[in-house]
Design a protein around this ligand. Structure first.
Ligand code: ADP
Ligand code: MG
Length: 684
């Protein structure tokens, strides 16, 4: 019985009374598929229908509720001529107009000479008030149902308020008493509400709009916990016993001594942390966070050398073809003096080659495979996979990460790398309790990027400068802003810019924008990488992680359209080679205080973590660090800044019982928030 009760909320919406095929199709368009989705679809506002207006005092264009007497029903029975009901009160007359409504139905709800309550939007037509297709018509004995504040939901076309309300109320009424997974004491001492109380309140009052209300906080707490639990489930799968890897670092040390530079202190520390993980008999699950250009790749390759020395296979994965290719080339270069067998695999690898690579992986004949998310595929089997490195990890979902790790069986260590600085409160929700290494310093040889700002109207001063750069074969990024996230507008602005620059420097300019296919993009990027073109005009963010050592100038148009952290990421596209590099921020006139502050910060600092913090302060809530762009958007209700206390509470709550988490008990919770993963692998 208990089970049945619980199951109710996970049934398809068409199990509800009054929800037929047509309606459930509409609901599904709004992602309302199961009954629980109705529970989670919170009202965003309410409509006040509580006051009865006299007809002579109606507000045209607004929703009004009236009490009127039915005088006459007119059914013209001619196509396109609506049915019309004449009503009146002591102060005036009104027509209620219906298109496509059945006569018998109208006769039933509008009995002649009776008083009825009518609520709907009022207009004025040919000297008379009228309401077309009113939201509610009811007799006086049921008037209380209409005379209230009625919650407003985001609805798809095709479901009216009354209909949706009936469904939503049906659910509230049928909602079984859920065996709460939080204890009464916990609920009370943390100022929350019980599960049932919470969902009753969220739909009946405007608590849903108050992110500090007890009911909303309960919802948020549950969502955070569901998220943490999912992660800890994956983590359990990942973090298990393994055979420790034994190696002497003979090869990696030789590689280090052959490098044309010295490792930074940070790199050395991280390398040590990784090595000690590799040698332990618990699987590693670690993320390296380091600013763009801090040298994460070399650290991962050195660890890879150790793992190969320990006689395991390694997989290194990048989010895009071109980035993976770059890693592959670097690996070939760095491992030149070794006998490591290295191969590349992506979605574009041709079939015959692919088959050979797959066979060799299975036979253990490849030591390091570098590639894209193609490496996730089921068919790919390893003989002795011992180490998976995933670059720019936020582009991949948790599920995918764990799947790749699973290929390695019990002995696979996992290392993630990311250049996106993440505030502490987001850490747990994104990664669970994984280990974190930070690379905090940049290579000494790195030259500081000169950051300048310039009003857009002085753009003409740039051409001479550009020409000089092109003549000495330097390369330039030209970034156009996103315009209202519209691909078409984006494209036209970038295209215009491209045409303009191309006229000045014929055959030296390439264009990249959101509507290009992956192959077309790769084509342009390759041309730029090989210095076949000098200027790359692009709309969206130039792919994180790609090393274009020869590019030393980046021009960012309409720079106040970008967040601070994003500007910093963009700026990090240059200054990777030995040349002095420059970043020019072009601004429109009349900068806001906030924008001026942002330029100041960028000019002053080169430290991604510092900039991320400043960014948070300047932006306040909402779009944290441009998470949207980086593909990190995990919560529907919780806000990592506004609900910091709940994040901490949930973290403690989960960690406290980590070992003895009763997964069955939380099954309900996980199902309620069906923890969909962000899969963003096709990005760019
Ligand atoms: P990211 O951390 O952004 O992935 P990369 O690993 O791509 O950075 O490194 C950027 C560049 O810096 C590469 O060309 C790499 O060879 C170089 N590099 C890495 N470590 C050092 C170092 N310690 N000193 C000088 N250059 C380094
Ligand atoms: Mg990188």
């Amino acid at each position: 019985m208990n089970l049945l009760k619980k199951d109710f909320i996970f049934q398809d919406v068409n199990k509800l009374d009054g929800v037929g095929q047509k309606l459930s199709k509409y609901l599904k368009k709004r992602k309302i598929e199961k009954i629980k989705d109705i529970i989670l679809n919170l009202p965003y506002s309410e409509t006040d229908r509580s006051k009865i207006n006299k007809i002579n005092g109606l507000e045209i264009g607004k929703i009004n509720t009236i009490k009127a007497k039915v005088k006459k029903l007119n059914f013209p029975r001619i196509r396109n001529i609506p049915n019309k009901i004449n009503c009146e009160d002591e102060t005036g007359k009104i027509d209620i107009v219906y298109f496509n409504s059945r006569e018998s139905y109208l006769r039933k709800i509008f009995p002649i000479n009776e008083w009825v309550i009518i609520s709907g939007k009022v207009n004025y037509f040919r000297d008379r008030y009228q309401i077309t297709n009113p939201d509610y018509v009811t007799n006086l004995s049921n008037q209380e149902y209409v005379l209230q504040n009625i919650p407003k939901y985001n609805l798809t076309k095709g479901i009216n308020e009354k209909k949706y309300r009936a469904i939503s109320e049906q659910v509230t009424k049928k909602l079984p008493l859920i065996n709460d997974w939080l204890t009464k004491e916990f609920i009370k001492s943390n100022n929350l509400l019980s599960w049932n109380e919470c969902f009753e309140k969220l739909h009946n009052t405007d608590e849903s709009k108050d992110i500090k209300s007890k009911s909303f906080r309960r919802l948020v707490f549950d969502e955070i916990c569901a998220n943490f639990l999912t992660l800890s489930k994956y983590r359990k799968r990942i973090k298990k016993k393994k055979i420790s890897k034994s190696f002497t670092q003979k090869i990696s040390k030789r590689i280090i001594s052959d490098l044309p530079f010295n490792l930074t202190q940070s790199q050395k520390i991280v390398l040590k942390e990784i090595n000690s993980n590799l040698k332990k008999n618990e699987r590693m699950f670690r993320i390296i966070q380091g600013d763009v250009g801090s040298g994460k790749t070399i650290v991962s390759l050195l660890s890879i050398a150790n793992v190969i020395e320990a006689k395991y296979q390694c997989a290194l994965m990048g989010p895009t073809e071109i980035l993976a290719q770059q890693h592959y080339n670097l690996a070939l270069k760095i491992f030149k003096g070794t006998n490591f067998k290295i191969e590349f695999l992506s979605g574009k690898t041709d079939l015959s080659k692919r088959k050979i690579v797959l066979d060799r992986l299975k036979n253990g004949d490849i030591d390091l495979i570098v590639g894209t998310h193609a490496l996730f595929q089921k068919k790919i089997l390893f003989k002795r996979l011992g180490f998976v490195v995933i670059d720019e990890q936020h582009k991949f979902g948790v599920k995918q990460r764990s799947e790749l790790a699973r290929k390695g069986g019990d002995n696979c260590d996992v290392l993630l790398m990311s250049a996106t600085p993440i505030p502490r409160t987001m850490m747990m929700s994104l990664y669970g309790d994984m280990d974190i290494s930070k690379i905090t310093e940049k290579p000494l040889s790195r030259k500081k990027i000169l950051t300048l700002s310039k009003p857009e109207k002085k753009i003409d001063e740039l051409w001479i400068y550009l020409e000089k750069q092109i003549n000495i074969r330097n390369q330039i990024f030209w970034v156009c802003p996103l315009i209202e996230e519209s691909k078409i507008l984006d494209f036209s602005s970038a295209k215009k810019k491209f045409d303009l620059i191309n006229k000045k420097f014929p055959n030296k300019v390439g264009l990249i924008h959101g509507s290009l296919s992956k192959d077309e993009k790769d084509d342009v990027l390759k041309k730029f990488l090989n210095n076949k073109i000098s200027i790359l005009v692009s709309t969206t963010v130039i792919e994180v992680g790609i090393d274009f050592p020869n590019a030393n100038l980046i021009i960012i148009e309409n720079a106040n359209k970008f967040g601070l952290a994003q500007l910093h990421q963009l700026r990090g596209r240059v200054g990777r080679g030995s040349k002095e590099s420059t970043c020019i921020l072009l601004f429109k006139e009349g900068l806001s205080k906030n924008s001026i502050q942002r330029i100041k910060i960028l000019k002053k600092s080169d430290d991604g973590f510092y900039i991320a913090e400043e960014d948070l302060k300047l932006r306040g809530f909402g779009d944290l660090l441009g998470y949207q762009q980086s593909g990190i958007k995990t919560f529907r209700f919780a806000d990592p800044l506004l609900h910091q206390d709940l994040f901490k509470l949930a973290e403690r709550f989960i960690l406290n019982q980590n070992e003895k988490i009763n997964e069955k008990k939380y099954d309900f919770l996980l199902k309620l928030f069906d923890k969909a993963e962000i899969i963003n692998v096709n990005d760019f």
